[in-house]
Design a protein around this ligand. Structure first.
Ligand SMILES: [Zn+2]
Length: 116
């Protein structure tokens, strides 16, 4: 089953945030430049980010913001039956047909989780 749009938007937002962070980090961009990569278009990235953020519900965005203050990855896929953020085993209710398509929260670390 394809991921819901809400999940995909949030994952894309996280990817953009990581790219923006790297583009802003001078040591990373120098390192990448020396390897032959150029990190240009920070403005374009930020523009894309603000457009994307408008499509995400404010409540989810608020949660995401709080989590990124604490963790690098605020939203993670579930592998097996573990939260990849804190490696705690998730309850079976997590995988029930009602819940499996929802954006869920790890009860231990609070990260947002989705089943890929
Ligand atoms: Zn967790």
């Amino acid at each position: 089953m394809p991921l819901k749009e809400a999940h995909r938007l949030l994952i894309a937002l996280q990817d953009l945030d990581i790219m923006i962070k790297e583009a802003k980090d001078k040591s990373t961009s120098k390192e990448l430049e020396s390897l032959g990569f150029k990190l240009t278009g920070l403005e374009e990235l930020q523009d894309a980010r603000s457009k994307l953020a408008k499509k995400i519900s404010p409540t989810v965005l608020q949660r995401y913001k709080k989590l990124t203050g604490r963790y690098t990855m605020a939203i993670l896929p579930v592998t097996g039956d573990l939260c990849l953020g804190c490696f705690v085993k998730l309850p079976t209710s997590f995988f029930s047909s009602i819940n499996r398509d929802l954006l869920q929260t790890c009860e231990n670390c609070g990260r947002l989780l989705y089943i890929p």
